[in-house]
Design a protein around this ligand. Structure first.
Ligand code: F6P
Length: 392
C-alpha cells in the first residue's frame, strides 16, 4: 500500500483542518494509508510514539475538551473518523510549529530516518513559504540524508534502496496571501472576513464618539489584507508595504487633509487601516502609534489604536476557505498517489478559479524575490512579479 504523511507547519490559518480532512479522506478512499505528522516538522524530527491521555485519568475531570488528541510531536496513522467534524474548525488539529530543529541538517537527517521507519515516502506539506522552503530543501537532500543514515548504521541499505525519492506536494496556507503560485492562500479569505467584521464593529463605536481608529492588520510584508480590508470597509486611509509614501515630508499632510475633508463633509467616524509591515520612503517602519500621534497633534482627533492580532488567524473558516482547502487537498492526493509522482515537488494552487500545479521550488524562489524587492524599495518590480505569477 502507498503510505503518505500529512503535516501543517508555520503559523496556523483557518482552513488547514479542511485541507487535512480532504487529504486524509481522499487518500483513504484511494486505498492509501495516511499518517499525521503532529506539530509540523517537529513531529518528523522527533517521530516515535504518540501516547493519548489515558481514559481512566479523564473520568473525574469536569471538562476535558480535545483530550483525544496527542500533545507531543510525533507521527501516527490517522483515520477517516479522526477528521470528522473538523471542516468547520479553525486552526489545525494535528498541530503546527516553527521547528528550529528541522532547520538543521541533523534535524532533517532524523526526520528522514523517522519517515523511513514509518515507511512514508510521500508527503503533503500544508503551510506558508517557510514550510514550503523547508519541504523543498528536504526533498533535494533526501538521497544524501539516506546515504548518511546508512553510513551511520541508522537504517539498512535495503531500506534506503526501497525509498529512493521523497515525493512532495505543497499546499499554501497562510493568512498573508503572499505566496507566488496561487491567487489565494488558505486562510486569507477568512482573515479578511474577520478584519471586515472587526472594522465594522469599530466604526460604530468610532462614530458614537466621533473618534478616529487606527486599525493594524497582519500580513508581514504583504499588504493584501490591509488593502482589501480597507476597500471592503470603506476605510478613509490605508498604508501598505507595497506602496509606501514617496515623500516622507508630506505624507502626513496628505493623510491629514483627506481625513479632515471627510470630517468636514460630515463623517462621524474615521478609520485608518495599517498593514503591520508598512514603511516610510526611507524604509523605517510606520507604526500605528506614530499615525495616532500625527492625527492627535495635527487634527486634534481623539484617536485610538486597535491591533487586531491573532484574532485574524483564529476561528471558523469561511465557506471559500473550506472549499479551496478541500479542492486543493483532493488535487494534492491525486498528484502524490500517482505511481510515478512528479519528479519535482509541486505546489497546488488556484488561478482564475481553477486548480493549478506549479513547480514548488520556482514558487518559493519567486516569493522570496518579491519579498526582497519590497525590502529593497523596488515596489514596481515587486508588483510586476506578483502580477506575472502565472505568466512564466
Ligand atoms: O504569517 C502569518 C502571520 O500571522 C503574520 O501575518 C504575522 O506577522 C505572523 O504570522 C505572526 O506570527 P506569530 O504567530 O508567531 O506571532
Amino acid at each position: 500500500k502507498k503510505r503518505l504523511g500529512v503535516l501543517t507547519s508555520g503559523g496556523d490559518s483557518p482552513g488547514m483542518n479542511a485541507a487535512v480532512r480532504a487529504v486524509v479522506r481522499a487518500a483513504l478512499a484511494k486505498g492509501a494509508e495516511v499518517y499525521a505528522i503532529y506539530e509540523g516538522y517537529q513531529g518528523m524530527v522527533e517521530g516515535g510514539e504518540c501516547p493519548l491521555p489515558a481514559p481512566s485519568s479523564r473520568d473525574n475531570e469536569p471538562f476535558m475538551g480535545n483530550v483525544s488528541l496527542p500533545q507531543q510531536a510525533c507521527i501516527r496513522p490517522i483515520s477517516w473518523h479522526e477528521v470528522s467534524g473538523i471542516l468547520q474548525k479553525g486552526g489545525t488539529i494535528i498541530g503546527t510549529a516553527r521547528s528550529l530543529a528541522f532547520k538543521t541538517r541533523e534535524g532533517r537527517r532524523r526526520a528522514a530516518r523517522n519517515l523511513i521507519r514509518e515507511g512514508i515516502d510521500r508527503l503533503v506539506a500544508i503551510g506558508g513559504d517557510g514550510t514550503l522552503t523547508g519541504a523543498d530543501l528536504f526533498r533535494r537532500e533526501w538521497p544524501e540524508l539516506l546515504k548518511e543514515l546508512v553510513e551511520n548504521g541508522e537504517i539498512r541499505p535495503e531500506e534506503a534502496a526501497a525509498y529512493p525519492q521523497l515525493a512532495i506536494v505543497g499546499l499554501t496556507a497562510s493568512i498573508d496571501n503572499d505566496m507566488y503560485g496561487s491567487d489565494m492562500t488558505i486562510g486569507t479569505d477568512t482573515a479578511l472576513h474577520r478584519i471586515t467584521e472587526a472594522v465594522d464593529a469599530i466604526s460604530s463605536t468610532a462614530a458614537s464618539h466621533q473618534r478616529t481608529f487606527v486599525v493594524e492588520v497582519m500580513g508581514r510584508n504583504c499588504g493584501y489584507l490591509a488593502l482589501m480590508g480597507a476597500i471592503a470597509t470603506g476605510a478613509d486611509w490605508v498604508m501598505i508595504p507595497e506602496q509606501p509614501p514617496q515623500d516622507n515630508g508630506s505624507w502626513e499632510d496628505r493623510m491629514c487633509s483627506v481625513l479632515k475633508a471627510g470630517r468636514d463633509s460630515g463623517r462621524r467616524d474615521t478609520i485608518v487601516i495599517v498593514a503591520e509591515g508598512s514603511r516610510d520612503s526611507d524604509g523605517n517602519p510606520i507604526s500605528s502609534d506614530r499615525i495616532k500621534q500625527v492625527l492627535e497633534e495635527r487634527l486634534g482627533e481623539d484617536a485610538r489604536v486597535t491591533i487586531l492580532g491573532h484574532v485574524q488567524r483564529g476561528g471558523s473558516p469561511s465557506a471559500f476557505d473550506r472549499n479551496l482547502s478541500t479542492l486543493l487537498g483532493c488535487a494534492a492526493v491525486d498528484e502524490i498517489l500517482k505511481d510515478e509522482p512528479h519528479p519535482e515537488p509541486l505546489l497546488i494552487g488556484m488561478h482564475g478559479n481553477r486548480i493549478v500545479r506549479s513547480p514548488l521550488m520556482h514558487c518559493v524562489q519567486q516569493t522570496h524575490v518579491v519579498a526582497e524587492a519590497i525590502a529593497n524599495g523596488e515596489y514596481e518590480r515587486a508588483m510586476d512579479l506578483r502580477g506575472n505569477s502565472f505568466k512564466d
